[in-house]
Design a protein around this ligand. Structure first.
Ligand code: NCD
Length: 314
């Protein structure tokens, strides 16, 4: 696979391939020196046009553990501020000899556009409301490992997952729904009508606006961040009312099944969607998602850049 731009492009076979590789990377990360020479001499550039902490650091950690050289292109101090176009930027940086770009941009579709302008691999770290494929892969990896299941095309069969909150503006929700259902899970989307995308009826999900109706009946509760920066209009009357209906508070937490996993992609809005401290929950795997993120991104980088015969375990 040359690029990782979306879950549909990756397909179910690709998802399973990455999940299998991720198991190997988890093992690498447990070693006293968690580093392998798989990508020695390759340069990976992170190109983030939108704020990020965990995703950028996670990718850079992953690249370093595979011994790649890493560079960060920081938009706020770059020639983009002098009016340089996206095309000129990518062509200039490519000319320095880059194996892969990790790209985050507020506009949907940018990763596809960039791949027309460079021979390097493109890894999508989030484009607009559209896709965030590595988040979906790390979420699949987290769920199936917590359930003790090996990677396979139906490793999430029989798992019922509620995705709660601002689905409309969420690239995480879109990518997760595609990946979870591809692996056999059933998904129920829980949101106020104004935070659902108009095309939700074409998605392979159930839809409800009543969290209390489903909360006691799911295997995974996936809370989304309220995306205040992506809202052009007032889609909820006020955040307090949103929290009352869609936030995870103590009462709702007490109704979760004992084995129900609680997940969040981060960054969390405490007091908005998360009214409880995740550490007070029996099975919050939010920190696990972050640590799995490194292993899954190592798997993605290796899949995209590793030579077919390079020795990852040496
Ligand atoms: C997500 C993102 O940026 O899409 N965060 C992340 O990658 N960890 C989710 C979000 O910002 O709500």
């Amino acid at each position: 696979m040359k690029h990782l731009r979306s879950i549909p492009e990756l397909g179910v076979d690709g998802i399973v391939r990455i999940l299998n590789l991720a198991d190997h990377m988890v093992e690498v990360n447990r070693r006293p020196v968690p580093k392998v020479p798989a990508l020695v001499g390759r340069t990976v550039v992170s190109l983030f046009f939108e704020d990020s902490t965990r995703t950028r650091i996670s990718f850079e950690t992953a690249a370093k553990r595979l011994s790649a050289d890493t560079m960060t292109f920081s938009v706020s101090t770059s020639s983009v501020n002098k009016g340089e176009s996206l095309r000129d930027t990518i062509e200039t940086v490519s000319a320095m000899g880059v194996a892969a770009f990790i790209v985050r941009h507020k506009t949907s579709g940018v990763p596809w556009q960039l791949s027309d302008w460079t021979d390097a691999s493109i890894i999508n770290a989030g484009d607009g409301w559209h896709q965030h494929p590595t988040q979906a892969l790390l979420d699949c990896h987290t769920i199936r490992t917590e359930l003790g299941r090996a990677a396979s095309a139906d490793c999430l069969a029989g798992v019922r997952i509620a995705i709660v909150g601002d689905v409309r503006h969420s690239r995480v929700a879109r990518s997760d729904i595609q990946a979870f259902t591809a692996l056999g899970a059933s998904v129920v989307v829980v949101a106020p009508r104004t935070l659902l995308p108009p095309e939700v009826h074409t998605w392979p999900v159930e839809v409800t606006s009543n969290l209390d109706e489903v909360i006691g009946d799911v295997d995974v509760l996936y809370m989304l961040r309220m995306q205040r920066e992506r809202m052009n209009e007032a889609l909820v009357p006020d955040l307090g009312e949103y929290s009352n209906r869609f936030g995870l508070d103590r009462t709702r937490a007490s109704r979760l099944r004992a084995e129900c996993l609680v997940m969040h992609p981060g960054p969390m809005n405490r007091g908005v969607e998360m009214m409880v401290d995740p550490s007070d929950l029996a099975r919050s795997v939010i920190t696990r998602q972050v640590s799995n993120g490194v292993a899954v991104r190592m798997a993605v980088l290796f899949d995209v850049l590793g030579e077919a015969n390079s020795e990852v375990s040496s």
